[in-house]
Design a protein around this ligand. Sequence first.
Ligand SMILES: NC(=O)c1ccc[n+]([C@@H]2O[C@H](COP(=O)([O-])OP(=O)(O)OC[C@H]3O[C@@H](n4cnc5c(N)ncnc54)[C@H](O)[C@@H]3O)[C@@H](O)[C@H]2O)c1
Ligand SMILES: O=P(O)(O)OC[C@H]1O[C@H](O[C@H]2[C@H](O)[C@@H](O)[C@@H](O)O[C@@H]2CO)[C@H](O)[C@@H](O)[C@@H]1O
Ligand SMILES: [Mn+2]
Length: 455
Amino acid sequence: MFTPPFILSIAGGGSTYTPGIVKSLMVQLDKFPLAEIRLYDIDVARQNTIAPVVEKVIRDHSQSIKFTVTGDPEVAFSGAHFVFAQMRVGQYKMREQDEKIPLRHGVVGQETCGPGGLAYGLRTILPMVELIDMVDRYAHEKAWIVNYSNPAAIVAEGVRRLRPDARVLNICDMPVAAMRNMGAILGVDRHKLEVDYFGLNHFGWFTRVLVDGVDRLPELRRHIAKFGLLTEDAAKTDPQHSDPSWVKTWRNIKPIMDNFPEYLPNPYLQYYLMPNQIVEHQNPDYTRANEVMNGREKKLFAAAEEYKKTGILSDAFHVGVHGEFIVDVARSLAFNLRQRHLVMVENRGAIVNLPYDAMVEVPAYITSEGPEPVRIGKVPLFHQTLLQQQLASEQLLVEATIEGSYEKALQAFTLNRTVPTMEHAKAILDEMIEANRDYWPALQQAWRDGEAVKN
Ligand SMILES: NC(=O)c1ccc[n+]([C@@H]2O[C@H](COP(=O)([O-])OP(=O)(O)OC[C@H]3O[C@@H](n4cnc5c(N)ncnc54)[C@H](O)[C@@H]3O)[C@@H](O)[C@H]2O)c1
Ligand SMILES: O=P(O)(O)OC[C@H]1O[C@H](O[C@H]2[C@H](O)[C@@H](O)[C@@H](O)O[C@@H]2CO)[C@H](O)[C@@H](O)[C@@H]1O
Ligand SMILES: [Mn+2]
């Protein structure tokens, strides 16, 4: 493919995760040699605030790596070998709307799940395609985009439809985070776990958890029945996520497995299987977006300000599984390592009783030419039906974005398990159209424009 040292561009360089990802790159330069790191963002001011912290992280490990900060895509992507994408289209202010508008209607308010995720998807699909086209225009012809930008399930489906040949690998750190917790519970390093898993992004199940060939899922079941997917001292499992909302998320695996013990669910399934309990505990005036703005974002920006004044950089960010995972995947792509990771791929029969073209999240061997998914076979009727409904909601959302169809957007919202009725779907969608007027493609109702009447 191409030889190291590589040019790596980070799209969404102003992200709160950029310092952690760059730190993860720096501590394994010997395994993923870099010639240059470039930050690219459309909010240059935000990126310029983060950039000095990133440069400090780089210079603590290397004086030779070139560091570029830009808002110009040609500068950002010319000759690049890898692009890490982590855009938040509309930034946290729109995440706050994604979460608060549904809650005003008694429906789950969440970043990537339910109406919030659908709204986020309507904002993100076309900017993701724009990024792909810029990378295609300027970067190395065999460059890979490793994408964290959410909502990953919808982004993956939109890219499949609009840029099917793009060298994009969509990934999510939630299963890896769950494996980190499993390792902490079992007393083994997460890298020793080999899991079987199937689903869509943020909507899947672990079916086996092997350690040296022995399935330890039965042991995890017994632990989860008492503590959820956390060690007894929750804060020790995931220091980055000791926020109460996250502890509750990991604990909620217990009630789900109390009823359905066979498979270990992705924590996001709480939003789809327990929506009323979730809404009961969500504060419509102070959601996760507010927690993050007053937590992770505030802490990092304060540290950046302090560093600018004093030259001292406090401990303001984490590497964690988020930073580790994307570098592991990039290494496997770069050197054809065939490491087994959970990533999003076109189904093509991996799950025999889901549509051939579904973007599923399954274990795959990561080669220089992309992921080679393992064959899952037939999934049980219960899981198949849940998956098919969620898939239809996501695929209709993508079609609504591409066609500008209000009706398909309403169908996507109505089909989503977190939305109880068509009336709820319409009320939330209409409020979101107003809130997203600067970001969404125009949505037209066919009958309003007389098209449906003509047919
Ligand atoms: N896939 C996963 O499992 C996973 C895990 C963590 C975070 N994420 C995602 O990573 C992204 C970043 O998260 P964050 O909390 O750091 O967000 P953030 O708001 O701190 O940073 C996102 C950055 O993206 C920039 N951006 C927005 N639109 C852009 C565009 N069109 N082109 C270039 N840059 C653009 C913003 O200006 C901002 O600087 C989000 O999409 C988040 O959901 C995904
Ligand atoms: O609410 P946030 O912005 O803190 O996190 C939202 C993201 O949550 C998941 O990623 C988590 C991961 O599960 C956690 O253990 C830790 O590693 O941090 C990650 C990022 O916060 C999820 O996979 C992402 O898609 C969400 O954006
Ligand atoms: Mn995720």
